[in-house]
Design a protein around this ligand. Structure first.
Ligand code: HEM
Length: 406
């Protein structure tokens, strides 16, 4: 019988290789190690596309994912983050199924491909404004000067939050994301503090909308509140969710995608020559190094067997989305980055009932970001190597990437 100890893979999931070229490690896991135990994540990680997809589609495993991870911390830590646990439990994907359906229905109209298309001019204007500054300076730092502010301003616009506050929103969001990407308790405490600050910031904005409804998400929330379809606590908590989910991940798509293009110059040249491949190229970037490489579920009250391994009741099960996207059973030659790959069906946005609400928005922002960057700067080139940091096993994050525009 295999135990967590015997299930630890023979690779260092937080080592040099992970930092330099995670695709090889993800591919190795997908090919050779369908389930492993990651002590830092306190969970069993699935690596194959089929097992991850089955996990995400399983309606029995739908609730309480993040809060369960937070609840699993030692009692004194769990007590110190009680406010965070309570607030996260109001997020649409972390509440009970009826509340999830109610909250998702309330919002989904704002995130359809059709609605998102109407935002394309807004995203283009923001991208151009950021690239004007880069053009003037002759260079820019991709992460801080472009990848983060673009989606941060777009989601602020959609919600009805002043776009000039995007720097504070970015700072809070970076901290809150650590709830997903870090296992260090210090980081979880920082996430709690930042979430409290973000909610304090949102209170007067929501109040302002009460007397002055606009065509934005907060106004839709308030209309629903009047009809008793949502509480003010849910509004505030889900605004935080949308603000941070709405840009952290998309920023990583722009950041990781840019590195992928420069590391595959022939693919960059092809995309420049055939801009009609852009939508396809975005899908390949999402597969190659998606901004979400892991997501989690909590097992139900019965043990289950996955790929021959018995997973105990109530254990944490991690879908290794990065690994699944490198599964040779699903993708031909998965270690080839190919902007013309035929419709890669990535798991990067999840699957099933919790499929990413913002997928169409992220895709549109990705298309705008790369189209504008490549069109405006034919000579765009990196100045040095990309600087990455490891945030958790199987996940790295771009910190800095200096680019020159001529
Ligand atoms: C490239 C960018 C993005 C990626 C890779 C991404 C990834 C994901 C994934 C994997 C999930 C499912 C998690 C699970 O099943 O455990 C998810 C859910 C979600 N995403 Fe995204 N996301 C992105 C952009 C966005 C944007 C722009 C928004 C804007 C609001 C957003 C909002 C959400 C929300 C609200 C959920 C929860 C949906 C639910 O519980 O029904 N995401 N995302």
């Amino acid at each position: 019988m295999q135990t967590p100890e015997t299930l630890q893979p023979p690779y260092d999931l937080m080592g040099e290789d992970m930092q330099r070229a995670p695709q090889r490690l993800w591919h190795q896991l997908a090919s050779e190690c369908p389930v492993h135990f990651a002590p830092q994540l306190h969970g069993f990680v699935l690596s194959s596309w089929a097992d991850c997809a089955a996990l995400l589609r399983d309606p029995e495993l739908s609730t309480g994912l993040m809060t369960a991870a937070l609840d699993m911390r030692p009692p004194e830590e769990a007590a110190a983050i009680e406010w965070l646990r309570k607030t996260v439990r109001l997020w649409m994907g972390h509440t009970v199924p009826e509340d999830h359906t109610r909250l998702r229905r309330l919002l989904q109209g704002y995130f359809t491909p059709k609605t998102v298309r109407t935002l394309e001019p807004v995203a283009t204007a923001i991208a151009d404004e950021l690239l004007d500054a880069a053009e003037q300076a002759g260079r820019f730092e991709l992460v801080d000067d472009f990848a983060y502010p673009l989606p941060a301003r777009v989601i602020a616009h959609m919600l009805g939050v002043p776009t000039q506050d995007h720097e504070a929103i970015q700072r809070w969001s970076a901290d809150i994301t650590k709830v997903f990407t870090s296992v260090a308790f210090e980081d979880i405490l920082t996430a709690q503090r930042s979430m409290q600050e973000m909610i304090d910031y949102m209170v007067p904005i929501v109040e302002e909308h009460r007397g002055n409804p606009q065509e934005d998400v907060i106004s839709a929330f308030i209309e629903a509140e009047v009809e008793h379809r949502v509480s003010v606590e849910e509004i505030l908590s889900n605004c935080v969710l949308l603000l941070f989910a709405g840009h952290e991940t998309t920023a990583n798509l722009i950041a990781n995608g840019t590195v992928a293009l420069f590391e595959h110059p022939e693919q960059l040249a092809r995309l420049r020559a055939e801009p009609e491949l852009m939508a396809n190229a975005i899908e390949e970037m999402l597969r190659w190094e998606g901004p979400a490489t892991l997501t989690m579920r909590i097992n139900g009250g019965e043990p289950r067997v996955i790929a021959g391994v018995e997973i105990p009741a109530h254990a944490m099960i991690v879908a290794g989305l990065g690994c699944a996207n490198m599964d040779p059973r699903e993708f031909e030659d998965p270690l080839r980055f190919d902007v013309a790959r035929e419709k890669p069906k990535t798991l990067t946005f999840g699957m099933g009932g919790f499929y990413c609400l913002g997928a169409a928005l992220a895709r549109m922002e990705g298309r705008v970001a790369f189209s504008r960057m490549l069109e405006r700067f034919p000579e765009l080139a990196p100045v040095g190597a990309p600087e990455w940091s490891l945030t958790s096993p199987l996940n790295r994050q771009l910190q800095r990437y200096e680019l020159r525009v001529r």
